[in-house]
Design a protein around this ligand. Structure first.
Ligand code: FRU
Length: 543
């Protein structure tokens, strides 16, 4: 019996009830996509008895729930089964690594394998009897050692994985090696570490082609001049995932990032997006990214809803042509859910005007819009004291008139616009260059109080003189997931309108700047409801 609520999503992954956080062990095996996730079967809150729930899909859109994959039952995981990752071993054998909290409340790394490889859904998993395969390293606090990655194989025939940790506030990706997947030894030097960042959660380490949008299998290390490596980790205190792009040398076990970790470090998403994990999809030869998007309402709201936590819509990810950042884009399977397309070209949006997009179910929609600007010499100067784009977005919210901008979309808007989530751009000039700022403004997203309505913002690395400024936004009741500049800058927000719900929700293109902008193209679709974790569809284990 799935709970009906106007906040429940139509095409974003969520369990029918209870608490969910990180995606775990996403993989493709033998015709089936698997997603596991951190789950508390006893209620809509995090607990000290975390489980792995499990769903399968043939298309990454519709998901069938299965029985729980891991429950805290053994001395090596009796106090929780925490996050981990899948690896498909040669010979097409999936294995799972996960963190257990053991009977001494220490974090340890465990191995598990499917019970029956001929079961198309891999419903039952067997924990290795010799667990843990890696115990807590000396000198590391018991709760600072977790989240093993998908492993990779280097030319020396040894498997490698990293595990997130910290020592004296230095965030660390410990590197482990193994010949047989059972016996693991820690490399003297970690793969990477950064002082004063605290524990690194859910690290991810994977190659990307420098000259192709295709995905790269995690074990591909060469040709060395065709791949770069991405190291991603979550900083607990910021609840943010950061990534670096660099080169990896497996002989020296050396990772050299090209960008530093600073406040402006690259992020997959500048809104709510944490515990992300990617996997290689051999069917469509792409790398897919998913992440936990937590709630912005309260624990009481979670109890009222009966659930908390959703997953981002899966994104394909690849290296931008300039090789300095990643591009992310909703997987093409979303088109299966498209209906009622509306589109138009070349519509001028005068300064201070609105244009309603009608004909789509705007509480569950996919919207693409592109803007073309002329006379950019008129753009405002960027105040050099403004360093943090998020702060510019919160000080200059959607209601503050500029010259070029704010222009963009008003999603989940009520009839009188008291409720609206504004996703918009502003153009500035700075020393003869043009700067594109992207914001997601949740200030007016709901008339309800007690919500986190924080504004998000980031720059988009495009030249508005040469390129149109594009925005794609996935709207799904309580989530607004936006992709600026063709996926260069992504911002995900959670919102809980009280008026702009269901058929009452409206969608507008807006321009609250003084200069006019041209909408060169708009396409919008209603997105049909996907079949996601409908409990009656549970495939039960039969003896
Ligand atoms: C990240 C995280 C992981 C941990 C899991 C527990 O959100 O804290 O580090 O394994 O969640 O649910």
């Amino acid at each position: 019996e799935s709970l009906s609520s106007d906040k429940q999503t139509g095409f974003h992954f969520q369990p029918s009830r209870n608490w969910m956080n990180d995606p775990n062990g996403p993989m493709y095996y033998n015709g089936v996509y698997h997603i596991f996730y951190q789950y508390n079967p006893s209620g809509p809150h995090f607990s000290n008895q975390m489980h792995w729930a499990h769903s399968v899909s043939l298309d990454l859109i519709n998901w069938t729930p299965l029985d729980l994959a891991f429950s805290p039952t053994e001395p090596f995981d009796i106090n929780s089964c925490w996050s981990g990752s899948a690896t498909i071993l040669p010979g097409d054998k999936p294995v799972m690594l996960y963190t257990g909290i053991d009977s001494k409340n220490q974090q340890v790394q465990n191995l598990a394998v499917p019970k029956d490889l001929s079961d198309p859904y891999l419903r039952e998993w067997v924990k290795y009897s010799g667990n843990p395969i890696i115990s807590l390293p000396e000198g590391i606090q018991p709760d600072d050692f977790r989240d093993p990655t998908t492993t990779w194989l280097a030319e020396d025939g040894k498997w490698r994985m990293i595990v997130g940790s910290q020592k004296d506030k230095t965030g660390i990706a410990f590197l482990y090696k193994s010949d047989d997947f059972i016996n693991w030894t820690m490399n003297d030097a970690p793969l990477y570490k950064v002082e004063n960042t605290g524990i690194w959660e859910c690290p991810d380490f994977f190659p990307v082609w420098i000259d192709s949008t295709d995905g790269v299998d995690t074990s591909v290390i060469s040709p060395r001049d065709r791949v770069k490596h991405v190291l991603k980790f979550g900083l607990l205190h910021h609840a943010k995932d950061y990534y670096m792009i660099g080169s990896y040398n497996p002989e020296k076990e050396h990772y050299v990032p090209e960008n530093e970790l600073t406040d402006s470090t690259l992020r997959f998403d500048y809104g709510k997006y944490y515990g992300s994990k990617s996997f290689f999809d051999p069917v469509k030869n792409r790398r897919i990214l998913m992440a936990w998007v937590n709630e912005s309402d309260s624990e009481d709201d979670a109890i009222a809803k009966g659930w908390a936590g959703i997953q981002s819509f899966p994104r394909t990810l690849w290296l931008d042509g300039n090789q300095t950042q990643l591009i992310q884009w909703p997987i093409e399977e979303i088109e299966m859910l498209h209906e009622n397309e509306v589109s138009f070209h070349n519509k001028k949006l005068e300064g201070g005007s609105l244009h309603e997009v009608e004909g789509v179910t705007t509480s569950q929609a996919d919207v693409k819009i592109s803007f073309k600007l002329t006379n950019l010499e008129e753009a405002e100067e960027l105040d050099p004291s403004w360093i943090d784009p998020r702060l510019i977005c919160s000080e200059m919210d959607a209601s503050k008139k500029g010259k070029f901008g704010p222009f963009g979309l008003l999603a989940l808007a009520s009839h009188d616009l008291t409720e609206q989530t504004a996703i918009f751009f502003r153009i500035f000039q700075n020393n003869g260059r043009y700067v594109v700022l992207m914001c997601s403004d949740q200030n007016r997203s709901s008339t309800k109080n007690g919500l986190d309505k924080m504004t998000y913002g980031a720059y988009v690395d495009i030249d508005p003189q040469q390129e149109e400024i594009s925005l794609r936004t996935l709207i799904d009741h309580s989530i607004v997931e936006s992709f600026g500049g063709g996926g260069k800058t992504c911002i995900t927000a959670r919102v809980y309108p009280t008026l702009a719900v269901g058929n009452e929700a409206r969608l507008f293109a807006f321009n609250n700047g003084t200069e006019s902008v041209l909408i060169s193209k708009l396409n919008a679709w209603s997105v049909k409801k996907a079949r996601i974790n409908i409990v009656e569809e549970t495939i039960r284990c039969t003896d």
